[in-house]
Design a protein around this ligand. Structure first.
Ligand code: FES
Length: 187
């Protein structure tokens, strides 16, 4: 049974997650192929992945914890520490950079009260740069949780921040899938 160690004060994974894991492993002819799906499962449950989680996944798929750590550290979507309630990612690759993503990041750091690469002191926002997220014609592009926001200019940062803060008290947030071309899609 999966447990957290005394040195890792993370909450335990839910019974649902623990129950799903063997079925996921069973989907693959090679157990180790389930490594990434299991890591996604863990991260969807708790929001990040602990060393205990990696040992648990390693045992399930028959590899060493170090091999699981290599996967976790290779892919930027996997996290080893908690994040804020809203995960804000600004694209910094060429097309977005030429259209102002670095200036936008500087403005968001101020308006969100959150240095890049960190979580705000109130725990509401985690702000990061990311590489191209495949929406290069509409930069600067900002990805917030599962929503894409296009053409967010540096001068829009304050208004964008207000929109983000409003989502913190919106009980319907995240319940509808954003559709390209709709106001929800663009924030
Ligand atoms: S360069 Fe920003 S989405 Fe591609």
């Amino acid at each position: 049974m999966h447990e957290t160690s005394p040195s890792a004060p993370a909450r335990a994974l839910t019974p649902e997650t623990l129950a799903k894991a063997p079925a996921i492993v069973g989907l693959y002819p090679q157990k180790r192929s389930a490594t990434m799906p299991l890591l996604h499962l863990v991260q969807e449950d708790r929001g990040y992945i602990t060393q205990d989680d990696m040992s648990w996944v390693a045992e399930l798929v028959g590899v060493t914890p170090m091999q699981v750590l290599e996967v976790v550290t290779f892919y930027p979507m996997f996290r080893q520490s908690p994040i804020g309630r809203r995960h804000v990612r600004v694209c910094r690759t060429l097309s977005c950079a030429l259209r102002g993503s670095y200036a936008l990041m500087s403005e968001l750091e101020k308006s969100l009260n959150c240095p890049r690469g960190e979580t705000s002191p109130d725990g509401n926002f985690t702000l990061e740069f990311v590489e191209c997220i495949a929406d290069c014609g509409c930069g600067p592009v900002v990805h917030v949780d599962s929503s894409m926001h296009e053409n967010v200019k540096p001068e829009d940062a304050a208004a964008f921040t207000q929109q983000l803060k409003a989502t913190l008290t919106d009980p319907t947030y995240g319940q509808k899938s954003p559709v390209p071309g709709t106001p929800e899609w663009n924030g």
